[in-house]
Design a protein around this ligand. Sequence first.
Ligand SMILES: *Cc1c(COP(=O)(O)O)cnc(C)c1O
Length: 390
Amino acid sequence: MIPAVMPTYARNELTFERGEGAYLFATDGRKYLDFASGVAVTSLGHAHPRLIAALMAQAQKLWHCSNLFQVSLQKRMAQRLVEASFADTVFFCNSGAEAMECAIKVARKYHFENGHPERYRLIACTGSFHGRTLATLAAAGNEKYLKGFGPPAPGFDHVAYGNLDAMRAKVGPETAGIIVELVQGEGGLAMAPDSYIKGLRALCDEFGLMLVFDEVQTGMGRTGKLFAYEWAGVKPDVMALAKGLAGGFPVGACLATEKAAKGMSAGSHGSTFGGNPLAMAVANEVLTIMQEPGFFPRIERVAASLRKRLDGLAKSYPKIFVEARGRGLLTGFKCAVVNTDMVDRLRQAGLLTVAAGENVVRLLPPLIIEESHVEEAAGIVDSVAKAWKP
Ligand SMILES: *Cc1c(COP(=O)(O)O)cnc(C)c1O
């Protein structure tokens, strides 16, 4: 009999009842070090007192009123994202896939507005992930996820990630833009060099294309800067955010320059829930915390020490790990053993992680971790690797 919850996930047996900082407490009475963060979402850990306070205060006043009215907290959040980024304007939605849907629409509408409705195709990279809606599935082009759901939405081309020549060769008269992740999160922590990202910018400038960064996973501090594009010093025209944006309250955002968003006038796009006061109260507080002095230098320190431990472990156990990968606290191992077995065994030993493509195990700790959490996680990985029997 089909379960009441549609069985679209291969879930493990754990149920959590409470979280505190970097820890989760399960109904089995055990405590887990949470280096999964709900897949890079609970960026400030669980039950952060300031996020609780922001949510509770807003909950007493107003939850929702729709975007038919002014939403002051939404204006404030948008203004702050504009000040903190390349963007001039922000559309709020509820998830990463929706943020990417908006990004795709912005890129296409830009050319339509400029008298080129034929320029609607977007070039994306193999191994990428952009969400589970029909357009974002077609954008990523992953056959496994597309199969069975009819013909893929038209208008997407695919080339190998990191290959600038292949990207250039794919640009044609119908090309509207390029969609890329700065680190492929779901794909297995592949990270294109800065020169590739710079090359994409130059390519977009040369052919008048929209450069779209999917920072749903890399954004909001995950890589050690507020946005991962800061590492390469390259600005996109459009960018999608979601996961860590409100620390676990569902919200997404599509950011764009004034030029890119030229056609996004009244009626061109919408979302019933997007940017409602509850979501915006929490998102504003997340950003406030991240913008406090010392927040990013601390992440850089703790991420460097985590990476050092992971590199050391990979070297100590070459039959278990191929290498450590990633950037900032979007990190992990490419495994020599089966990655999902590793995730299971780490969980049994008290450490939560997330599998990814290319046989990778992702470590996605909350951005608030301290040195002690790094030591604890490394100790668990070490004990699991040491005890590994095929
Ligand atoms: C998770 C993710 C998405 C999809 O986000 P949802 O909130 O699940 O729709 C899109 N792009 C990237 C890079 C992601 O990591």
